[in-house]
Ligand binder design. Structure first.
Ligand SMILES: NC(=O)c1ccc[n+]([C@@H]2O[C@H](COP(=O)([O-])OP(=O)(O)OC[C@H]3O[C@@H](n4cnc5c(N)ncnc54)[C@H](O)[C@@H]3O)[C@@H](O)[C@H]2O)c1
Ligand SMILES: [Zn+2]
Length: 384
């Protein structure tokens, strides 16, 4: 048996209206002057209004501050802007409201609040990061799982690829999974973010690292997503489906503390170089990566198929993989995802740069089978 280490979960409140508990929670964390970090798109949503309403009542001495300039695929400048606002106003806690972009910016800005002179390119995860401001995560998409993760994805100043900033101290102190905050998420983003969560569960389960607790969580996450995502897309105000998706996304986030696979190595440069949304990039690339893996490790997807509800217990390895990949491919299409990278603006002239970055990305190191730079290039061409 390989050695391993488990430490979770994060304190998580789940259900319609739980955001109302935020007001009572903050003083228990010593937070009286929180900074809310979000993106401009959120300001017009009910999710923002509900958060603002939850911050006000009964706390006459509470001031809160707003940083709403987070970009999709956040940058160091975004996190620095949030940190400067927090420092200028003596904030004592950070609330991230939004999808993975806002949550990651909120998470990582605490590093720059502690060390304002630091350039993220020089971040040292082995330094002492104790004493970061408390972080409360309020996801408004059901996808990235950033709310329960120990890392934030931010593009450092001057770089053309994303950086991953990891530390256990980055974890949220409390997470609110409130389905009333996701009912306004449009169908296209519901699909793309939900398929990011599905990719987390599939890639973490099939990664060869010994982490059986994560494996169990990944399989149940898959079952929930297959059940709830089509309803969440078709009827955005269905609170049961929205709630199941929030929980499944958080489960994907816990599961991939184990690790991810080659699909994510393809997706990261697709966002950095071509601006493709993270979940959309995963959804387009996942079936090609699954076919590649199944050819080299027959049977690798049998238990994924079972989690999807397929009767593949006693068929051959090849059949189990075929049926599972066909099901996932069809599920992604039924969610309304574009069938190819070409449809989201990727061109053949981008492929070499994409392959270079994908090769440098660490996620493929825990793919079920080894991949070379040429394999990654071929996978991009297949998905084109
Ligand atoms: N930290 C991690 O573990 C992790 C994991 C996966 C992805 N990521 C990162 O997360 C980012 C992607 O996050 P995402 O997919 O959640 O998208 P996002 O945060 O970029 O948001 C996409 C869009 O959805 C809008 N939006 C969000 N919630 C809404 C709501 N309830 N109603 C209406 N509009 C809403 C936002 O305004 C934004 O325009 C990428 O930067 C990716 O690298 C991080
Ligand atoms: Zn992802």
């Amino acid at each position: 048996m390989d050695n391993t280490c488990f430490n979770y979960p994060t304190d998580t409140q789940v259900g319609p209206g739980v955001i109302g508990q935020l007001n009572g929670l903050l003083p228990t964390l010593g937070v009286h002057r929180p900074l809310v970090v979000t993106d401009a798109g959120l300001l017009a949503t009910d999710a923002y209004k509900k958060l603002a309403a939850a911050l006000l009542p009964g706390e006459p001495d509470r001031d809160w501050y707003l940083f709403s300039d987070v970009q999709p695929n956040p940058t160091e400048a975004n996190t620095r802007g949030a940190a400067e606002l927090a420092l200028a106003n003596d904030c004592d806690g950070v609330i991230g409201l939004g999808g993975g972009s806002a949550l990651d910016a909120a998470k990582v800005c605490r590093i720059l609040i502690k060390q304002p002179q630091l350039k993220l390119a020089n971040y040292d995860w082995e330094a002492d990061w104790s004493g970061l401001l408390p972080f409360i995560a309020v996801p408004t998409t059901a996808g990235t799982g950033s709310e329960v993760g120990r890392s934030g994805v931010v593009t450092p100043d001057g770089a053309d690829s994303k950086g991953m900033y990891f530390h256990p101290e980055l974890l949220a102190r409390c997470v609110f999974l409130d389905p009333e905050l996701t009912t306004g998420l449009p169908a296209g983003l519901t699909a793309a973010t939900g398929l990011d969560a599905l990719t987390h569960c599939i890639e973490s389960f099939t990664s060869p690292i010994f982490q059986p607790m994560c494996d169990g969580i990944a399989l149940e996450g898959i079952r929930l997503i297959i059940h709830a995502l089509p309803t969440a897309i078709a009827n955005g105000s269905d609170l049961d489906a929205r709630g199941e998706m929030l929980v499944a996304a958080a489960m994907g986030g816990v599961a991939f503390q184990k690790d991810l696979g080659a699909t994510h190595s393809l997706a990261h440069p697709l966002s950095a170089i071509c601006g493709v949304h993270h979940g959309t990039a995963n959804a387009i690339c996942l079936p090609s990566v699954m076919r590649f893996n199944a050819q080299r490790q027959p049977g690798v997807y049998r238990r994924i198929g079972i989690a999807c509800g397929l009767d593949v217990v006693s068929c051959s390895d090849a059949d189990a993989d075929d049926q599972t990949i066909h099901f996932i491919d069809d599920f992604i299409r039924r969610c309304g995802m574009p069938p190819s990278l070409e449809e989201v603006g990727v061109e053949e002239q981008h492929i070499e740069a994409l392959a270079d970055q994908a090769w440098l990305d660490p996620c493929h190191q825990t793919n079920p089978v080894p991949v070379t730079r040429e394999d990654l290039k071929e996978l991009f061409l297949k998905a084109l």
